[in-house]
Design a protein. Structure first.
Length: 495
């Protein structure tokens, strides 16, 4: 387990207290927060989240719901916390920008430069302890738990959440993101895909016929959520990883029952145990692939014995659906940056950009742009993207393009695939790769799928003879744009 020395915050890092309220205040300050009063927790909030997420991908506002039907003012839900370039840049301490490619490069540059892990620090008190419900006082439905999609099998309290567990052998604390349904006032169900770290930890307890301690945090800093929902290396603390990006150590408080570390500024934290001999049906649930994937099945029950929450708590919500979603934009940026870092660390040269497309459900359509430097370079790039840790889970398509193609621009990518790729010669396949029951193409175990590696680069052997691109040179385009800037802005609204 990594345990680096604590260091001072990196230049440009966000040193404000990492919590939900900070990012809400920032969103409102830059005009990117919508406040809606009176919405119904039963489907209406989920539909509104979908409408806003689809309104302007990459610039969609965060939505704060209050005075929710049947609940008092102050019991709130927030959706889309980091679903814009500017809010994500703020949380990570990157320069303010509206350019997603700039953010991906900033993430990769930080990982290559002064990034270091910052383990959490234990404190005795914090806002999460403002209210503590114990045993018979526990009632999950005191919060406006939403039913998000029409065919969901229940009300899901954990969607934009982190699940905190400790390995019984090593003491490693894992922070993962898994969906959590509220079965009744004091029991919940957590679905974890095979191979995920939380699932592996729970299996260790169950192999010993022992209950598995767990915290479910339903309102935390966006950077901690993003760390928990991506493939951080086994044995590395997501607290330390997120702290490194925040530029300050997270403050944690030991929970009453099991001493697990909960964020001191979390909005809502549930504490209990997975029971090894009690299950209940869980699902279906509209998932990140855009389908009601993973059929109803019996899953272990979490008996909730403590609920910690702030005054006027804010329940964080994600609405997985047909993309784009209220979380997919930021996840695509982080996923792209992590893949870029991993493939370069593995020795790949000439990488000019990486982008995981929202239309590909974050993980299923990944484009990497390279400056070709040797025979086989494109194939090497595609194979590394498909098999690195961040690119491997639930993948489908990897497209390799030349450096003149913008990997974030789907028109550019489709053009390259259509004009530089021979389908017979330039597509390779990987079989029996790590997937998930959430993959709609899989009907039964084993949860493995097939990947396609598409070489959409100019053929190496005759790349210098390949027809020239029919487009204005960058120099000529810039010259004309400067001359006609006023007219272009008046006609298109773009400078």
């Amino acid at each position: 387990m990594l345990n680096p020395d604590l260091r001072t915050a990196a230049t440009g890092s966000n040193e404000r207290q990492p919590d939900v309220r900070d990012i809400i205040d920032h969103a409102e300050g830059i005009g990117e927060l919508a406040r809606l009063d009176g919405a119904d927790w039963n489907l209406e909030i989920g539909v509104l989240a979908e409408i806003f997420a689809h309104s302007n991908p990459g610039r969609a506002p965060a939505v704060l719901f209050d005075r929710i039907k049947g609940y008092p003012a102050g019991m709130r839900i927030v959706s889309g916390l980091h679903n814009s370039c500017r809010r994500l840049a703020y949380s990570f301490g990157f320069p303010d920008t509206d350019d997603r490619a700039v953010l991906v490069k900033a993430y990769r540059d930080r990982m290559k430069g002064n990034f270091h892990l910052m383990p959490p620090v234990a404190v005795q008190d914090g806002p999460v302890l403002e209210n503590v419900d114990r045993d018979d006082a526990v009632d999950l439905f005191k919060f406006p738990v939403p039913k998000i999609h029409e065919k969901d099998g229940g009300r899901y309290i954990g969607t934009y959440c982190v699940v905190i567990m400790q390995d019984p052998d090593t003491g490693w604390v894992n922070v993962g993101t898994y969906r959590v349904v509220a079965h009744d006032r004091n029991s919940a169900g957590v679905w974890m895909s095979p191979g995920k770290h939380g699932r592996l930890i729970r299996d260790k307890y169950f192999a010993r016929k022992a209950p598995c301690p767990v915290l479910i945090c339903c309102g935390q800093d966006p950077v901690l959520f993003l760390a928990g929902s991506h493939e951080i290396k086994h044995g590395v603390s997501e607290y330390a990883y997120a702290g490194g990006h925040r530029g300050r150590a997270y403050e944690t408080i030991a929970s009453e029952l099991h001493g697990l570390p909960m964020p001191s500024h979390a909005e809502i934290v549930l504490e209990g145990e997975f029971l090894p001999d009690e299950t209940r049906p869980e699902g279906p649930f509209g998932e990140f692939t855009g389908y009601y994937a993973s059929h109803v099945r019996d899953e272990p029950v979490v008996r909730v014995r403590r609920v910690y929450h702030r005054n006027d708590p804010i329940l964080t919500m994600a609405s997985p659906m047909r993309p784009p979603t209220d979380v997919s934009f930021a996840k695509c940026i982080v996923q792209s940056g992590m893949i870029w870092d991993e493939i370069e660390t593995a020795g790949l040269s000439g990488v000019k950009g990486v982008w995981c497309h929202e239309a590909g459900a974050i993980r299923m359509f990944i484009v990497v742009a390279i400056e070709q430097m040797h025979p086989g370079h494109a194939e090497q790039a595609g194979m590394l993207v498909a098999n690195c840790h961040s690119g491997n889970y639930a993948g489908r398509w990897v497209i390799v393009v030349d450096a003149d193609i913008d990997p974030t621009n789907l028109d550019d990518v489709v053009w390259a695939m259509s004009t530089r790729c021979d389908p017979v010669a330039d597509i390779e396949y990987i079989k029996r790769a790590w997937s998930t029951p959430l993959d709609p193409m899989l009907r039964e175990p084993p949860w493995e799928n097939t990947r396609a590696i598409v070489n959409a680069c100019r053929p190496w052997a005759w790349r210098h003879e390949f027809p020239a691109v029919a487009s204005a040179s960058p120099e000529l385009r810039k010259q004309v744009e400067q001359k006609w800037a006023r007219e272009i802005l008046a006609a298109t609204g773009r400078g």
